[in-house]
Design a protein around this ligand. Sequence first.
Ligand code: 13P
Ligand code: SF4
Length: 354
Amino acid sequence: SPSDPDLVERARAAKEKLGDKVFVLGHHYQRDEVIQFADVTGDSFKLAREAAARPQAEYIVFCGVHFMAESADILTGDDQKVVLPDLAAGCSMADMATAEQVAECWDVLTEAGIADRVVPVSYMNSSADIKAFTGRHGGTICTSSNAKRALDWAFEQGEQVLFLPDQHLGRNTAVRDMGMSLEDCVVYNPHKPNGGLTADELRAAKMILWRGHCSVHGRFSLDSVNDVRERIPGINVLVHPECRHEVVAAADYVGSTEYIIKALEAAPAGSKWAIGTELNLVRRLANRFAPEGKEVVFLDKAVCFCSTMNRIDLPHLVWALESLAEGNLVNRIEVDKETEEYAKLALERMLALP
Ligand code: 13P
Ligand code: SF4
């Protein structure tokens, strides 16, 4: 949708007034009307690094979702303030692992006698509490762009991995990138006693996958892949690793949002691409690459926005920027000190991965 010219002008003016005091980060799934005001765009990993690299900015306005803003707060200085333009911009996947559930899971692993050889690896898409749990138990954070390196590292520290909260990223990385088999993976269901697993099953698994998933990427199916290959012969199928295993197994290429953009930049004119990720990004890429003769289509027939990413719209951004320009600190995301200490440990292990 075209952005309201009055709001565009107000956002521009507020940002100009703030000058170097504000730095705006935008995730690739953000709306066009918002992303135009981002000083830097990126995938989760790039945005975490960018946040950490801006010590001169008093305000980091994070156009993305809650877990990303929390991670930015953890990685920035105490005097820097991270602002999320709409506090309701959460992530349903991150909500699938609560601190209580994960503590209970660790008790189950302890009772099965394996807690001392299990290393937790948590996807960036998790709350600060889960990141702190991960740091406390010697684990690391990963994103979709470094999951293999994180798992390689984890298997140097221990013999088994507890992967939270996205079962698909965990399974896809283990099977597709690391040569494990589907039988090496078990799924821990936090809604069942003992995760729905016996102690023997827990002991035998290499990967203990938390039963979480992304509702946006979960909608792509093997049928979507087969249909698009039939409709558009010669098409390349490129999907995000949050997609289900059978979708990833049938795709030609798999990677993070930043990887998807780079792949299209490097693609030859005349090539055709079906993309399995969020729709704001896919539409933007379709428009950007059409003049170069690269055809980009959405992998599924149904529309598939991330509703929480979409909560950050131009009115919310204008409100946040104008409030900051008037000296009102609104919608600050601030992780408490103790959580921050351990979550930072886990995030820094990720940033130090080779
Ligand atoms: P990326 O790290 O690939 O940008 O993914 C973030 C995300 O939330 C995907 O759903
Ligand atoms: Fe969360 Fe999925 Fe939205 Fe990413 S696309 S923020 S994983 S709900």
